[in-house]
Design a protein around this ligand. Structure first.
Ligand SMILES: Cc1cc2nc3c(=O)[nH]c(=O)nc-3n(C[C@H](O)[C@H](O)[C@H](O)COP(=O)(O)O)c2cc1C
Length: 197
């Protein structure tokens, strides 16, 4: 008797919802990206930052001496999840021209993964990763306005060792209609190509 065993190794995609709204536009965007990537072998885990208590970075530099953050809160399990992920997706709404405060807290706390020895900066990012950045906003011309924010988020992912990134700014976003946005569909086309290999 022969038995054929098909072994499928799933890859891990960590999806960060940077909105305090659990079912807002950022969430709908993450769902659309998940629908694109699940069939390509990605197991997607969504983290709703709004459900978590993540304290701001204290700037105490404890992490530089001890290799971990001094604050033990809902950020603690995220370090391991981030290091373990094969792909990281950031969905972030624009608040007054920048990311939400809760998303900024999350980003600043990543400093605990940064080592600085003899002036050389390295990041304990686990394994090589792909990345996706989806900014969304209310302004109809937001796709023309918020490139500075995108540059900033590129820097964040780059310092985390991510170099293969798809990105898009989705203007005039609303939870019910964002799935029909041409800007989201352009991003999904890019994601489709990026995650095909
Ligand atoms: C406090 C606050 C500030 C905002 N500031 C901006 C802004 O500066 N520019 C903009 O285009 N939209 C702004 N918006 C609109 C949100 O970016 C937009 O509704 C976004 O799609 C919300 O995403 P969410 O549904 O995932 O929360 C703001 C919304 C809030 C609540």
């Amino acid at each position: 008797m022969t038995s054929n065993i098909l072994l499928i190794i799933m890859k891990k995609m960590l999806m960060i919802n940077g909105s305090p709204r659990r079912n807002g536009s950022s969430s709908a965007i993450l769902k659309a990206i998940e629908e694109k990537c699940s069939p390509k072998g990605y197991e997607c885990e969504k983290i709703d930052l709004g459900d978590l208590e993540i304290m701001h970075c204290k700037g105490c530099m404890y992490c530089k001496k001890n290799g971990k953050c001094v604050t033990d809160d809902d950020m603690t399990p995220l370090y391991g999840k981030l290091q373990d992920a094969d792909a990281v997706v950031l969905a972030v709404p624009v608040y007054f021209g920048a990311e939400t405060g809760l998303f900024k807290n999350f980003i600043d706390r990543l400093y605990a993964l940064v080592d600085n020895k003899d002036g050389v900066r390295t990041v304990r990012s686990g394994k090589p990763k792909k990345g996706v950045i989806a900014i969304n906003c209310g302004a109809p011309d937001g796709n023309m306005t918020y490139h500075g924010m995108m540059t900033h988020l590129f820097t964040v992912l780059k310092s985390f060792g991510v170099t293969d990134v798809s990105s898009g700014i989705i203007p005039k976003a609303s939870p019910d209609t964002v799935k029909d946005s041409q800007f989201l569909n352009d991003l999904l086309a890019s994601v489709d190509f990026q995650f095909s290999s």
